[in-house]
Design a protein around this ligand. Structure first.
Ligand code: FAD
Length: 352
């Protein structure tokens, strides 16, 4: 396959689809290239018990409200996959898959998008490849010596895989808390976190987080003091399973370990615990390797952006990786606005 559309979107998860919705509304000619065989982005690969931290009404992409899931206030990941599949069909978004983009390079007035299925030349590219595909594990001493199983959040599926086993869950964010809660009943759980876990108040869910992110964006737009948005509230949304395990006294965190040993973990004071498995819930990095040929990566591997536009390559927009590409852009409800802004900016630049 190959072609010369006006725009190419790399990645067909929620961010790529939101971009597609707005590009289509503006009448642009574009394709979305997605590496997965099926629709749904990262939601196809999460652990079995994962539920959204917001009700359906607060988890919608532009144009089409997410329908509720019968019997669930917070829809599960399978519901999100169905919603995204339906979304791309409904708006007839031109998603090609599986197409893995290997590199984006400058080609005169175009950007060349090279993939395992051919090369596209486009006047603009929106990169929306997410973070799930670049799991991060910190360099803790002894990782190579540990004789048990090690896995990252992206590989965890179900507590049944760890029944009766001694499991260390590393990480004080939402993934760490949810996976620890999952394992709290049937495994011998040790939960370790860099700092004491900060649970959000029980009545705070994704709705309040979105409101906090919106207030921050408005404050920044009006030149007011940074409200610190979501980060000011805490780290862990007390979704029902987390709340239940915490209230049952099963979610007690220990400080971070300093090393892994052959058969377990060790703390700074020399205390040790035996472990059969260590699950690293230690986050992700933006999946940006396809942009390497453009030479745009700066501090902490990030690309400098003005809004969604890459500061040093105006034909490139970034969508969905984190707050640095727009407030709440890495959420279902939050990606619509920056997607609209990116599509409008591209339409303007093509017509000028
Ligand atoms: P992805 O869903 O990762 O989609 C990116 C797509 O790009 C994928 O299909 C991938 O295959 C493709 N791709 C990657 N590299 C290439 C390449 N080189 N070439 C072609 N295609 C490529 N948000 C909420 O709003 N509510 C929640 O409750 C919520 N819970 C979350 C829970 C967890 C555990 C995590 C990790 C995130 C959660 N998020 C939540 C945040 C966010 O909504 C998800 O991470 C979401 O998947 C991000 O969508 P995306 O489109 O940016 O990336």
């Amino acid at each position: 396959m190959t072609g010369q559309p006006e725009g190419v979107v790399t990645g067909g998860g929620q961010a790529g689809l939101a971009a597609g919705y707005h590009l289509r509304r503006l009448g642009l000619d574009f394709v979305i290239l997605d590496a997965r065989a099926a629709a749904g982005g990262a939601w196809q690969h999460t652990w079995d018990s994962l539920h959204l931290f917001s009700p359906a009404a607060y988890s919608s992409l532009p144009g089409r409200p997410m329908p509720g899931q019968p019997g669930e206030v917070y829809p599960d990941a399978a519901h999100v996959v169905r919603y995204l599949s339906d979304y791309e069909r409904r708006y007839e978004l031109p998603v090609l898959r599986p197409v893995h983009v290997r590199g984006v390079h400058r080609d005169g007035e175009f950007l060349g998008v090279e993939s395992d299925s051919g090369t596209w030349r486009a006047r603009a590219v929106i990169s929306a490849t997410g973070t799930w595909w670049r799991p991060f594990i910190p360099a803790v001493p002894g990782r190579a010596e540990f004789g048990g199983t090690q896995l990252h959040t992206v590989e965890y599926r179900s507590p049944a895989d760890f029944a009766g086993r001694r499991v260390v869950v590393v990480g004080g964010g939402n993934s760490g808390a949810q996976i620890a809660a999952d394992l709290a009943y049937g495994s011998e759980l040790t939960w370790v976190t860099q700092r004491p876990p900060r649970f959000l108040a029980d009545d705070i869910d994704g709705r309040a987080l979105f409101d906090a992110a919106t207030a921050r964006r408005r404050a920044l737009e009006n030149g007011q003091r940074d409200t610190a948005g979501v980060a000011s509230l805490g780290d862990i949304v007390a979704v029902p399973p987390v709340r239940e395990a915490r209230d049952a006294g099963l979610l007690k965190a220990s400080p971070m370990v300093v090393r892994l040993t052959r058969d377990g973990v060790e703390w700074a004071d020399g205390t040790r615990a035996a472990a059969d498995a260590v699950i690293w819930c230690t986050g992700f990095r933006p999946a940006l390797s396809h942009l390497t040929p453009l030479g745009l990566r700066g501090a902490r591997g990030r690309i400098r952006t003005i809004g969604t536009r890459a500061a040093d390559e105006p034909r490139l927009h970034l969508l969905g990786y984190g707050d640095w590409t727009g407030p709440a852009t890495a959420t279902l409800i939050g990606v619509g606005r920056p997607a609209r802004d990116a599509a409008r900016a591209i339409a303007e630049s093509l017509r000028s």
